[in-house]
Design a binder for this molecule. Structure first.
Ligand code: AMP
Length: 176
């Protein structure tokens, strides 16, 4: 059976010294690894009533789109500021240097719709935390946040669980 960890390429000192970039393009390019990752993300939810999958730009779109298709759910993009054409709700979040904003269309989720957040990786959890808060602001029921990769030493999962949202990751890498 294919090992997901082996399908991920690790690039030291990218985008800057001290960071090990976990590159999922090698996983996406490997048909068996891509299928396995999507199957594993979907597995706990088969038969569950999930209205929508929300993906975080940009790698969350690829994985989230595949998960949405598999669960017969809708797909909602969470995008960087200024990319969505209709009326949006936005939230600021801190990056390592300064702050950024992410946005969703105001009508992307209806109150009480059950949604799962998908992204490739959770590090400090700042990005996913902002995404969860944005969806909760629209009244959505965020059933879970799912990632291929967790960097548990950075404590991101705890931040999301503090918002009442269970976190699930397929694999973990030590360090950051
Ligand atoms: P964070 O907000 O710290 O949890 O960072 C998560 C976001 O940054 C995700 O969208 C990831 O794709 C990206 N990211 C953070 N750290 C890494 C890393 N070491 N390798 C690849 N992507 C990363």
């Amino acid at each position: 059976m294919i090992d997901l960890k082996d399908a991920i390429r690790s690039i030291p000192d990218y985008p800057k010294p001290g960071i090990i970039f976990r590159d999922i393009t090698t996983l996406l390019g490997d048909a068996r690894a891509f299928r396995r990752a999507v199957d594993e993300l979907v597995q706990p939810w088969s038969g569950a009533k999930i209205d929508k999958i929300a993906g975080i730009e940009a790698r969350g779109f690829i994985l989230g789109g595949a998960v949405a298709h598999q669960l017969s759910a809708g797909f909602v993009p969470i995008r960087k500021k200024g990319k969505l054409p209709h009326k949006v709700v936005s939230i600021g979040y801190s990056l390592e240097y300064g702050i950024d904003e992410m946005e969703m269309h105001v009508d992307a989720l209806l109150p009480h719709e059950r949604v799962i957040l998908v992204d490739d990786l959770i590090a400090t959890g700042g990005t996913a935390e902002a995404a969860v808060k944005l969806m909760q602001k629209l009244g959505a029921d965020v059933a879970a946040a799912c990632f291929v990769i967790d960097l548990p030493d950075l404590g991101g999962a705890r931040k999301i669980e503090a918002l009442g949202v269970p976190v699930r990751s397929l694999i973990a890498f030590e360090g950051h």
